[in-house]
Each structure stands twice: as C-alpha cells, then as structure tokens.
Design a protein around this ligand. Structure first.
Ligand SMILES: [Fe+2]
Ligand SMILES: [Fe+2]
Length: 446
C-alpha cells in the first residue's frame, strides 16, 4: 500500500509541476492527470479513503513517513504549508475532473489564495477530497514582518540548494529533471514578482557572500527582475533566468579540474578560464531538450559582448542573443560587487562608472541604460552613509534620477525618516557601507 500511495503522490506532484509550467489545457497536463488518476484509482480499489498528512516538512501516511520522497518534493510540501493545508483525504468515488480541479487549486499563486481551503474546494465542486488546515501555533506567523523576511531567506537558501544540486547533476553528466527544475525556478520567480523588494534586499546582502552559487543565483534573480521589468513574457524570463543559473557551468568544471591555485594566473591559464563559455555550452547542449536552447546559447555568448570583441573569438559574424546581453550585464554587475581592491569593495557608484565605460562595446547601450534606470545606481536595500554621517538604506528609486534614490535613515534613531535625495541638495551620499563588514551592525535594519 505504501508504494502505491507513494507512486500516486509522485504523479500528483508531477502533474502539479506541469500545471505551473504549462496550462491545464496543455496535452502534457492531460497526460500527467491520467497517470495520477490511474494511481489514485489503484489505491482506492483497496480502501474507502486515505489521508496523507504533513508532519514538520515530511509527508506521511498513517504512521509512516515518506522520508526520501519528502526530500524530493520539498517545494510541493512548502506550497501545501503555505496554503495552510496539513491533511488531505481522498475518498472513493472521486472522478478525474475533481482531481483536475484540485490540482488547479494547488497551483493557484499564493497571492490569490482563498481564505478557507475546504470551503473553496467544495465551492468549486470537489466532493471527494477533504483538506484540513494547520492549527499548531508554530506554523502561524506571529510577527508577520519578520516571518516574511525569514521566509524569503529560507526560500533563497532552498533555491540555492536546488541550483547547486542541478549544477552538480549537469557537471556529473546525470540526467536532470527539467520539469522539477523549471518548477523550482517558477517558484522563485513567482515569489520574486510578488515580493521583489524582499529578494532584491536579500540579493543586496548576499552579494557579498562571494561564492559561485550565490553568484549564479544573484545573476539569475537580477536577470529575471530586469527582463520582467523590460516587459518580457513569463515564459521568456523563465528561460533567461534558467540560462543565468547555468551561465558559468564551464567555469565550475574548469576550476574543479584544472585551476586550483589562488595566485596570479599565467596567460595560458587565462586562456583555459576563457574557454569556460564554449565548454559550458558544450556541456549544456546535452540538456537542451530539458532546459531549452537558450541555456547553452547564453553560456556560449555571455562574454562575447555587444560588439562581439569578447570571447570566444569567432570567425563568423554573430550578433549575441538578447538573453545573452541581459545576462552579461547582470553577470558583470554581480561580479563587480564581489570585486575588491586594497581591501575595499567597489561601491555602487564606481560599478556604475566602470560599466558605463563599456557602454556600446561590451554592453548593449540601451539595455545598459535601462538596467540602471530600473535598478538605480544605488540599488534597493543598499546601506549608505550620508553627508551628515547618518546611516540610511535605499528604499525606492526615482524614475528620473538614477543617482538620487529615496532612502530611509536608520541611524541615529532620532533622525529616523524617509528622505528623497533628489529633493535634498544639501544631503549627499558620502559612501557605501558593506553589509558584510562595517555595515554589519545595521544588517537587521535593512
Ligand atoms: Fe562567465
Ligand atoms: Fe558569471
């Protein structure tokens, strides 16, 4: 019985993932629904009804916990928890339409969530599934503000794990579950669109954790946010985000296999590093069926540059794809925030200056302008020291003035206020405070 239920859960989740990627009218959905329904019928042949529950972050049937399965379907368990569902009962007599409606209900984004899940599913005509809500106090946010941040951070960490695992799989030549991966990317994206400020804030802080995987996730979040703001369709910015996650796969491969030294690189070694774009594309080409063709293309072109004078050197004319141009801006931006000289990090204003020097060469001119217009020179969540020595956090951008954002003074306490720097000529930004070092004490105020 356990195996049958496990198989049913797997198929149900696959179907839910398909709904998030395609629509319920898509043939892939019908295929997934048929498989899930067959499994369910199989279980209900032997039972009048059965209930699956969530204990902590594990899925359980009666007293048995599906440990392994729970690990694999963490994102789906999180969805159920966020909906406040801790028990689902499936009752004999259920038809395919009811199951289909239930899956569609599970796929509803958090923002449009009906208040009472049980009432809602009855209202849409589901008679043979019952759900019950979580009542335990630790599952209910006591401090909504704080919970929200912890939640995004948890989500960020979870996403990072997914990214790491998928990249490990690609590097190891394993087959990766494209549906599950895209589903997770969509999860990140939906959260990003809803709470983009939370994510940008996290990206502003995490950017100083200079690890490759943070870099990949940061570039992905930036690329997603940027292309979303540029007006790309959901499908397109999903592709761009996926491409951003994998853009440096070749580099990880090389650094593991060849370069292990920390000192200066020889010209020869530089050439090896430069080969990461074509190597990455080669690795990713094997996954174009599951991840799409944009992914290897962006890996190949992300250092090519708008003027095609970067690398790899081509002996034919190739205009880089817009996805590559977007990822390349976000990539350099994130890499520069991690760069240090004489123990000092690059300030956002310096990064702006450096990048503007390559406008029209490495970077597409209009895209670069749009990037800073959207992100601002001082991005959301940046910690700064003002000319009167107060500490402030960037809260909003001014559409017509990328240099002067709206900030919130967080220290000293008595000066606490929101100030539009565009309207305050006497107050200027003295410098940027790194949240990982001198700005650490203000971290909780960001
Ligand atoms: Fe790269
Ligand atoms: Fe990169």
């Amino acid at each position: 019985m356990m195996e049958k239920i496990e198989q049913y859960i797997k198929r149900l989740i696959t179907c839910l993932q398909i709904t998030k990627i395609y629509t319920s009218g898509h043939p892939k959905f019908a295929e997934g629904l048929n498989a899930a329904f067959d499994s369910l019928t199989d279980v209900l042949r032997e039972k009048q009804e059965f209930t699956i529950g969530i204990i902590g972050y594990e899925l359980a049937y009666e007293r048995e916990i599906f440990f392994e399965l729970s690990q694999k379907i963490k994102s789906a368990i999180t969805i159920l928890k966020k909906k406040g569902i801790e028990r689902i009962t499936f009752i004999k007599g259920i038809d395919k339409e009811e199951l289909s409606k239930f899956i569609e209900y599970l796929a509803i984004p958090e923002t449009e969530q009906p208040q009472d899940p049980q009432k809602y599913i009855v209202a849409i005509g589901i008679r043979n599934i019952a759900v019950s809500k979580i009542k335990s106090s630790d599952d209910i946010a006591k401090e909504p503000g704080k919970e929200e941040i912890r939640d995004s951070e948890g989500y960020y960490a979870e996403s990072l794990k997914t990214v790491e695992a998928s990249i490990e799989d690609v590097l190891g030549g394993k087959t990766i579950d494209g549906v599950d991966f895209r589903f997770n990317v969509i999860g990140v994206m939906e959260n990003l669109m809803k709470k983009h400020n939370e994510f940008l804030k996290l990206a502003a802080v995490k950017r100083y954790d200079a690890t490759t995987f943070w870099h990949l996730l940061n570039v992905s979040i930036l690329s997603m946010y940027f292309s979303w703001k540029l007006g790309f369709s959901k499908e397109d910015f999903l592709d761009i985000a996926t491409a951003a996650i994998f853009h440096d796969v070749g580099k990880i491969f090389i650094s593991r296999k060849i370069i292990q030294k920390t000192g200066a690189l020889s010209e020869e070694e530089f050439d090896i590093v430069r080969s990461h774009s074509s190597l990455g594309a080669q690795i990713l080409l094997k996954y174009s069926q599951t991840l799409g063709v944009i992914v290897p293309l962006v890996a190949f072109e992300h250092h090519l540059g708008y003027n095609c004078k970067g690398y790899p050197k081509l002996n034919f004319e190739q205009k880089p794809h817009i996805a590559s141009l977007i990822v390349s801006i976000c990539d350099v931006y994130d890499a520069l925030t991690q760069r240090r000289s004489y123990k000092r990090e690059y300030s956002p204003a310096l990064i702006y200056e450096i990048m503007m020097k390559s406008k029209g060469e490495l970077f597409h001119p209009e895209l670069l302008d749009s990037f800073f217009k959207i992100l601002g020179v001082w991005p959301f969540g940046t910690l700064i020291l003002l000319s009167d020595d107060s500490v402030a956090v960037v809260r909003e951008q001014n559409d017509n003035d990328i240099f002067h954002p709206i900030v919130e003074v967080v220290s000293p306490q008595e000066k606490k206020s929101h100030i539009n720097l565009a309207d305050s000529p006497n107050l200027t930004i003295k410098r940027f405070l790194n949240p990982a070092s001198e700005g650490k004490q203000y971290l909780s105020l960001i």
